[in-house]
Design a protein around this ligand. Structure first.
Ligand code: ADE
Length: 224
């Protein structure tokens, strides 16, 4: 999978995209991530990428021209399955959407800033709009990183233990059951005996039961 990210703050991606699973997935050749600074695509002398809103009001609006030029340049070399704009008023991101998007070959993520992008970007250049939650971030960069992380771990071969992405919370509309590791007793708090029994069928039943219980208690909406 190839992910092209368009941003006016490219440095923000330096750390998170170069650590741990995301770093290894790139080293293994399973994912290519390219960060594109929007500013060089500006058409004016000041290299601006935002301007005042028509009709007045506080806050700057990201201009269509630099965004269009950047997307057009990318599309000259590749065809993209989705061009996604991260925005708080987009469709809420779910594990189901992540599963679906992880099957794509090439996607573009566009990060908004200030008051957002000129509406014509959304009408004519974008194929999908996603929000990572009902709160407003200073920009779409953190949301793009969340989305990229959630997608990359679903790509076959990225996780060492392939089954582990399938047993994540939300994969079957259930939260994941509790997990434990050594020591078996700490401070008098012990690990449930069943998990130490070696009886795989019973352990699976227990895990399913606890996953259902936890989901009922914490996220009953998932069971509907
Ligand atoms: N940009 C700002 N807030 C956001 C959010 N909640 N989701 C996606 N993009 C955003």
């Amino acid at each position: 999978m190839r992910i092209d990210i368009i941003t006016c703050l490219p440095e923000l991606f330096d750390g998170p995209m170069n650590q741990s699973i995301i770093k290894r997935s790139q080293q293994k050749g399973l994912v290519d991530i390219f960060i594109h600074d929007l500013r060089p695509y500006s058409v004016n002398k000041q290299k601006s990428i935002d301007d005042y809103a028509y009709g007045g009001g506080a806050g700057m609006v990201m201009m269509i021209e630099p965004i269009d030029r950047c997307i057009t340049a990318l599309k000259q070399n590749l065809s993209y399955d989705e061009i996604i704009y991260l925005t708080p008023d987009g469709e809420g991101l779910t594990q189901g959407i992540c599963n679906q998007l992880s099957l794509n070959k090439n996607i573009i993520l566009l990060c908004g800033h200030y008051k957002g992008v000129d509406e014509r970007v959304r009408e004519h250049l974008i194929t999908r709009e996603l929000s990572i939650g009902d709160y407003v971030l200073s920009g779409g960069e953190l949301a793009a990183m969340v989305l990229a992380d959630a997608l990359i771990r679903l790509i076959p071969g990225v996780l060492n233990d392939e089954s582990s992405a399938l047993t994540d919370s939300f994969q079957d509309s259930l939260l994941a059951p509790p997990v434990y590791t050594r020591p078996a007793i700490y401070n008098g708090w012990d690990v449930p005996a069943i998990l130490q029994s070696g009886n795989e069928a019973k352990i699976n039943d227990w895990r399913y039961e606890l996953a259902v219980k936890r989901t009922k208690e914490r996220r009953p909406d998932l069971l509907k």
